[in-house]
Design a protein around this ligand. Structure first.
Ligand SMILES: *Cc1c(COP(=O)(O)O)cnc(C)c1O
Length: 506
């Protein structure tokens, strides 16, 4: 394009001009905007009456969605139809009151609207210069979380995409502070129940697999202090450099909480960095029951929590808190010449200095707006309800014949399995695995499975405050029925193919 081409635009019709600038008229924006808001309102309003899960296979979706890049725009009606039918119509709703699989994300409408505003105003929260107001909101909101976790005022933090990047960020700080660039002999420790994002983070930070010690857990799936003590001594004697322990504040598998007070004491004595992955469970600290369970959280070096899980925010939102806040800047700040204008007064916080991203959206807005709108009180009751619901699922399952509660309600998670008499351990595992397929096909509710010491178990994660007692009872009743179907199906398979272990992939 030549330097003066824009002058020629003066001769264009208004409508042509508009086409060149990706613009809608005020009326068009309103029409589209209201329709999209209605779509989201309808989602929140009628979700519990819809199936939890709808999934198509790849071939079917290729047929629906594969096309050449559209050279010309598509009429809005057709676009919205396709959005609703082919895209949003084929997903599992993790905000559904009967979604108990993985970790639900109950979300809330206020935050969904806040995300729309953050996108609408296209807020850049990398530097104070560009977004002083939004940066202050992030500072305030981070500080609320800091206070709720009981950390001191020296703490700083930031919002990132989720727990995975939050763990990576915290581990980068731990590496920088404890090791600088000498990472060769370094060792970090965690339990065998630790989330995979810790392993991935360690890998990305240059550690070899052998530098991450995954220690066995005790009978409640908690990091074992004797194992940790032994491993640290062994490593030191072997000339290695222990530098960090990653503890869980609520494991994804069972909600287990590692012994935080003991870990705090041990790490302090041994000069180790204590990082806590509370992506799933740390939010429970806002309730009285949770705060008791999570004692010690206030004394850790770094902490991760995931507001897009148990603080009811839509994706994506994770949070890192670092006790000595200045360590974030020491780890991440680089000052290039093209950002010179940015560095003005010391009290101005540039969030690009605190983490990996320069350009970053206004994630804080949704948490800030929803806490202001509902009040912490409502958040507290909502988290408390999640704790209660897990107890109720446990009670319902305990009352059924042929069901075994494997780990009791713990921070909103229960695990259990169908255990019909006269089956081998391999058959029991196969039945419970088949049960998940039955559940997905059925669509009424969604649970997921995991493995605990060789046993396939179903996990119920009950953190959606909009889950009703009927939802729970209906789900358990349905599961019991589907479990019998799965058992019958396995028997039929065994008749047709006598070698069960082969066909069920054991
Ligand atoms: C979910 C989870 C993560 C990962 O968080 P994402 O937000 O999915 O990136 C890490 N640790 C634990 C304990 C989790 O439950």
């Amino acid at each position: 394009m030549g330097a003066f081409d824009f002058l020629r635009w003066g001769g264009l019709e208004v409508s042509e001009l508009k086409d060149k600038m990706l613009q809608l008229t005020r009326e068009e924006m309103q029409e589209l905007g209201y329709r999209l808001v209605d779509l989201v309102v309808d989602h929140f309003d009628r979700l519990s009456q819809k199936p939890v899960a709808r999934k198509k296979d790849r071939a079917a979706l290729e047929k629906c969605l594969r096309e050449a890049v559209p050279e010309k725009g598509v009429p809005m009606d057709r676009l919205l139809d396709q959005l609703q039918e082919d895209i949003l119509g084929n997903m599992i709703h993790s905000d559904h009151p009967r979604f108990f699989a993985f970790v639900p994300s109950p979300s809330n409408f206020v935050s969904a609207m806040a995300d729309m505003v953050a996108a609408g105003f296209n807020v850049f929260t990398g530097t104070w210069l560009e977004s002083s107001g939004p940066s202050e909101v992030e500072l305030v909101t981070i500080d609320w979380l800091r206070q709720l976790c009981g950390l001191p005022s020296s703490t700083a933090g930031l919002f990132v995409s989720g727990g995975s990047v939050a763990n990576l960020t915290a581990l980068a700080v731990a590496r920088q502070v404890m090791l600088g660039h000498r990472i060769k002999e370094a060792v970090l420790y965690c339990s065998d129940q630790t989330h995979s994002s810790v392993e991935r983070g360690a890998r990305l930070l240059g550690f070899e697999p052998s530098q991450l010690r995954k220690l066995p857990t005790d009978d409640q799936y908690r990091l074992s202090m004797p194992e940790l003590r032994r491993a640290v001594v062994l490593d030191r004697n072997g000339g290695r450099v222990p530098f960090c322990v990653v503890a869980n504040a609520g494991t994804t598998n069972t909600g287990a909480i590692d012994p935080l007070p003991e870990l705090v004491e041990f790490c302090r004595k041994e000069g180790l960095w204590l990082h806590v992955d509370g992506a799933y469970g740390a939010a429970a600290v806002i309730t009285r029951r949770g705060a008791e369970l999570l004692q010690g959280l206030e004394a850790v070096d770094s902490l991760v929590l995931d507001p897009h899980k148990w603080l009811f925010q839509p994706f994506e939102m994770g949070c890192v808190l670092v006790r000595e806040g200045r360590r974030l800047k020491e780890t991440f700040r680089v000052r290039p010449e093209y950002l010179k204008d940015v560095y003005r007064a010391d009290e101005e916080v540039n969030f690009c200095d605190y983490g990996i991203q320069l350009t970053r959206g206004f994630r804080a807005l949704k948490l800030w707006m929803s806490i202001k709108y509902f009040g912490l009180e409502q958040f507290r009751s909502a988290v408390e309800r999640g704790l209660e619901l897990a107890g109720k699922v446990e009670a319902l399952l305990s009352a059924l014949p042929h069901w075994e509660v494997v780990t009791p309600a713990q921070l909103g998670i229960v695990t259990a399995r169908y255990l019909p008499p006269g089956k081998s351990p391999a058959e029991v595992n196969a039945i419970n695995r088949m049960l998940i397929d039955e559940v997905i096909n059925d669509g009424y509710a969604m649970v997921s499975s995991t493995e605990l010491r060789g046993r396939t178990v179903l996990r119920f994660c009950t953190i959606n405050p909009r889950t009703t007692e009927e939802d729970l009872a209906g789900t358990v009743e349905r599961l019991d029925m589907l479990a019998r179907t799965a058992a019958r199906r396995l028997e039929e398979q065994a008749l047709n193919f006598p070698n069960v272990s082969e066909i069920s992939g054991l």
